[in-house]
Design a protein around this ligand. Sequence first.
Ligand code: GLN
Length: 477
Amino acid sequence: MNQVPYHILRSKLINGEVSLSNLVQSYLNRIEETRHQNIYLEVYQEEILEKAKQLEDKLAQAPQSIGRLFGMVISLKDVICYKNHQVTAGSKILDGFQSLFSATAVEKLLAEDALIIGRVNCDEFAMGSANENPWHGPVINGIGTNRVAGGSSGGSAVSVQMNTCFASLGSDTGGSVRQPASFCGITGFKPSYGRISRHGLIAYGSSFDQIGTLTHHVEDAALLLEIMSGPDEFDSTAIPSSPESYGKISPLAKMPKIAYFNSIINHPRLDPFVKKNFIGFLEKIKSEGATVEAVDFDYLDLLVPTYYILTTAEASSNLSRYDGVRFGYRTPEAQSLEETITKSRTEGFGKEVKRRIMLGTFVLSSGYFDAYFVKAQKVRQIIKSATENIFLNYDFIAMPTTPAPAWEIGEKTSDPIENFLADIFTVQANLAGIPAISIPSGVHEESSLPLGFQLMGPRFKETQLLNFSAFLQHKFL
Ligand code: GLN
């Protein structure tokens, strides 16, 4: 049922072919059936059934007044605030913390009669690429083997993959929406920095973070963007221009010009079957009349180091607020304020989060500030300009979403560098603040694991990116 795009589901809900209560109940049943995949941290069972009834009444009494997302059931990554519900960033340090307000994006969904079904697992503070959460355990990909879901929005991706909800909100700081989407065979979309308010999104790297969507269909990502985008008095980086009607996918006026990087095709980390799938997909696009050309991009190997210097620096600052005093977990052991802070943080953060706080504190420390932080800021500008230059001649940049498909649970846990390097193709969009999408591009010939095709577009050109991606999805999948 929920494999269909929303406009089809909506007409069935409106003409009575599908009852909303039954639909919600079927999602709740799916959640039960998929418990072993460790997707949900909390399910709002009673509440959503109650709300479904209220919405059914609304439909019966005032059908003209129903919202644009009537009956769309959504899961939230555990970094997005929902008023009077727990939000913990998948961390012990926020254990038991309840949000006093909803994220602006969530407010906007609710105002259009969407329903929130629960809070899903993720990497702690959205730091990671596998969703092997130290407190809650790994999310298990539904592809049938013992594979990671990808991260950090792994719970979001699998919640959609397994049809436990219609769509999910994730967050994308360096690929956390696109990478798990590609590992799970669904669509992951990250808008331009500033397109959707970050108010109520727990901060990791504030100059990189964006809320993004995980859906089966590009057109649903477009609809959700239309609803969630726009200015917000609570987030000065949310750009003031009024939202466009992204939801209206239109036929292409002309075929685009697409660039891809020679340095990616020849990259030693690129799995040969991922390469084959990518080149094959480009060929199909070419046969539709698009121009596809290889270009030089000299900064590929600077992307991951620049990203990890800047995001850890921002994280070390953002996470300093978790002190055992104001939010969530407090150690029962301490005798003094200093001990409260030290012990609460020691006990409340997992290993990866501690590693990043230390890395970030190091690159910001007085002796190393210029050598690392300032230098990385300069390199970020260079990467941004080089990326923008490509868009002077091309509509999109294409690349595989990831250099290899989903790995086995536990395979990379002991090697943080291996994890960092898996982000090589996704971090550029966040460094440059541009929109990017991953759509399914078939499977890996040897392992049959799902693969993703990534397109990036110029900043704030979501409409053309979504239109073309929807065209590809309809044409090839
Ligand atoms: N894997 C990347 C990281 O660990 C991306 C995370 C994200 O986008 N939140 O930083």
